[in-house]
Design a protein around this ligand. Structure first.
Ligand SMILES: Cc1cc2nc3c(=O)[nH]c(=O)nc-3n(C[C@H](O)[C@H](O)[C@H](O)COP(=O)(O)OP(=O)(O)OC[C@H]3O[C@@H](n4cnc5c(N)ncnc54)[C@H](O)[C@@H]3O)c2cc1C
Length: 251
């Protein structure tokens, strides 16, 4: 086999790309992941892995890599309305895991590093053509994998070029996230909601929680932007605001 031959090339090294890469390599496919950013890669996220995801991590032997790092289980979802109404349910089976995104990514990268037929190139923006015989241009070398996987995120160009865009209208939503040095007060992922705005609270370690806020640009206009944005959004949920202090902000 030519040394530049890959069975599979994956565009994007986020959670989906890394996971797909591990699965391919475990199935004896010589695999290359191209990631345009440099690790650690962070972005706004609720950082909760649902029980089915945890089950897959276990099945694929990835769980032991994750379990070395701080994480926290959650056993269900609790919705809390601004009017004080609450609805909650336990998962039918298993529990979810809350884990910081960059921590999860480190665990996946560690697992990937144990696989000799998986190569990851970070800081490498992929240039490619799709079709029966997809081609990827890497540093002026043309690679012809049997399979090209698009794991290039929410606004995937691969999906667009492959005409796989969803037919339903997309919601334009924005999100911000902050970690707080606060002992989790709940074993649920809590979702506080108001008109056009939601706050997700996920326990991500024994001593910290993730608070992410997500809003629909058409229905909600934040009062402030920039450094005041997070605090101005949080103000909409006094019950949640009471639980966390500014001094507890981690990042
Ligand atoms: C506020 C908020 C809360 C959320 N909460 C949760 C949650 O609790 N649980 C959950 O499971 N999901 C949650 N999500 C969704 C979750 O963040 C995404 O589903 C997840 O990031 C998707 O992972 P991915 O690997 O598909 O994409 P991404 O993480 O976006 O990774 C795609 C990667 O592809 C790379 N890339 C793109 N184009 C190229 C190219 N041409 N060449 C090379 N690399 C390229 C990008 O740099 C990027 O790193 C949340 C999202 C938001 C906004």
């Amino acid at each position: 086999m030519h040394e530049k031959y890959y069975d599979v090339i994956i565009i994007g090294g986020g959670p989906a790309g890394l996971f797909a890469g591990i699965v391919c390599a475990r199935n004896n496919l010589k695999t290359l992941i191209l990631e345009k950013q440099v690790y650690p890669i962070d972005k706004a996220c609720g950082e909760g892995i649902m029980p089915t995801g945890v089950e897959h991590l276990r099945e694929l032997g990835i769980a032991p890599f994750v379990e070395k790092y701080p994480y926290h289980y959650f056993k269900g979802i609790r919705y809390i309305s601004g009017k004080g109404r609450t609805a909650e349910a336990n998962f039918a089976e298993g529990s979810g895991w809350g884990i910081q995104r960059v921590v999860f990514s480190s665990a996946l990268l560690e697992c990937a590093a144990t696989l000799s037929n998986l190569e990851i190139r970070a800081g490498a923006s992929a240039v490619y053509t799709l079709g029966e015989n997809p081609k990827v241009n890497l540093n002026n070398t043309v690679l012809c994998p049997k399979l090209l996987i698009g794991a290039d995120g929410l606004h995937s160009q691969v999906r667009k070029l492959a005409n796989l865009e969803a037919l339903f209208p997309k919601l334009k939503r924005w999100g911000v996230r902050q970690h707080f040095n606060v002992e989790p007060w709940s074993v649920f992922v809590e979702i506080y909601w108001g008109p056009g705005l939601e706050a997700y609270v996920t326990p991500v370690s024994v001593s910290s929680v993730n608070v992410s806020l997500l809003w629909d640009a058409k229905r909600y206009k934040p009062e402030h932007g920039g450094k005041k944005l997070f605090a101005s959004l949080l103000k909409e949920f006094p019950e949640l605001q009471e639980r966390i202090n500014k001094e507890d902000v981690m990042d």
